[in-house]
Ligand binder design. Sequence first.
Ligand SMILES: NC(=O)c1ccc[n+]([C@@H]2O[C@H](COP(=O)([O-])OP(=O)(O)OC[C@H]3O[C@@H](n4cnc5c(N)ncnc54)[C@H](OP(=O)(O)O)[C@@H]3O)[C@@H](O)[C@H]2O)c1
Length: 311
Amino acid sequence: MRIYVAGGGGMLGDAVYHALRSRHDLAIGDVVDRDDWVHHCDVRDFSDYRHHVDAFAPDILIHLAAHTDLEYCETAVDDAYRTNTLGVEHAATIADMHAVPLVYISTAGIFDGRKDSYDDWDEPNPLSVYGRSKFLGERHVQRCVPRHFIFRAGWMMGGGLAKDKKFIGKLVRQLIAGERRLHVVDDKLGTPTYTVDFARNIERMIGTRYYGLYNQVCGGETSRLEVARELVRLLGLDTTVEVVPVGSDHYAAEYPAPRPASERLVNYKLALRGMNHMRDWRVCLAEYVREQFADVIAPLRVPARQCVHAA
Ligand SMILES: NC(=O)c1ccc[n+]([C@@H]2O[C@H](COP(=O)([O-])OP(=O)(O)OC[C@H]3O[C@@H](n4cnc5c(N)ncnc54)[C@H](OP(=O)(O)O)[C@@H]3O)[C@@H](O)[C@H]2O)c1
């Protein structure tokens, strides 16, 4: 297949590129062109977006572009809607002009968190600008693009230090900076989502005609606290690093955007279709740590006194 990927320079785009490149012809655009396989394409600019898709003439359009920083979206509201919602409307029009299916990635952050977990048919009720901007994208795609796939992700992890801007990346950066006490919220529930599994399942699904909206997260429900403890254990730092539970109010100044208490998703529709190939989050986290962080973390396992002597 010829696949155009918009916003493919980020953490999920990295996994999509590596999972699909051997079997498909890819063209990948993003506002950030830090990799040589990414060209500049801004989805806010309809002409620019259309120009790149026209030139490539894909069989399918995968739209990953978004502002994913909740605090940024809460303050730069116009840019959040321009990017996360109008950008998707552009994608829908361009997919229609090319008569190709559209893949859009949504988020567990469209729910209000009052329920413990959400299946594909639960009613969204976003709390934040980011959540609303993504939900409006979902709604537009559902209404305007007959052949669409919408995949809802949870707490994304992947891409290593270069691209993981989210929870795992932030914790590993703190550890590398010398932090030995990680303050982690104990009141947020969710489902991690490994970009590698997510990209592989996109490939499986776009090979079918099972169009529609799907929750697509790793197996196993968990919490930020449990994920942090598992990360520290997998890194071999459980005797030297303390994970300190705190309430979300601890981070009220740093992370003021509203976040649901629970963002747990269940891949109910994928399971019903026999297409749920997402592995358990612990298995994925172990693989992620092994493949991306083993080398950078190894020096941190050396006891402090030895480090001083070596220096
Ligand atoms: N990360 C998560 O936890 C998460 C969870 C659920 C769903 N999602 C969804 O998954 C998709 C992929 O996100 P990701 O996790 O890979 O995040 P990401 O690493 O931030 O990737 C998104 C990419 O889109 C780029 N972008 C921003 N504005 C753009 C524009 N106007 N035109 C073209 N590209 C633009 C970003 O550039 P900058 O880095 O310069 O902004 C970034 O490279 C998004 O739709 C996101 O909403 C993510």
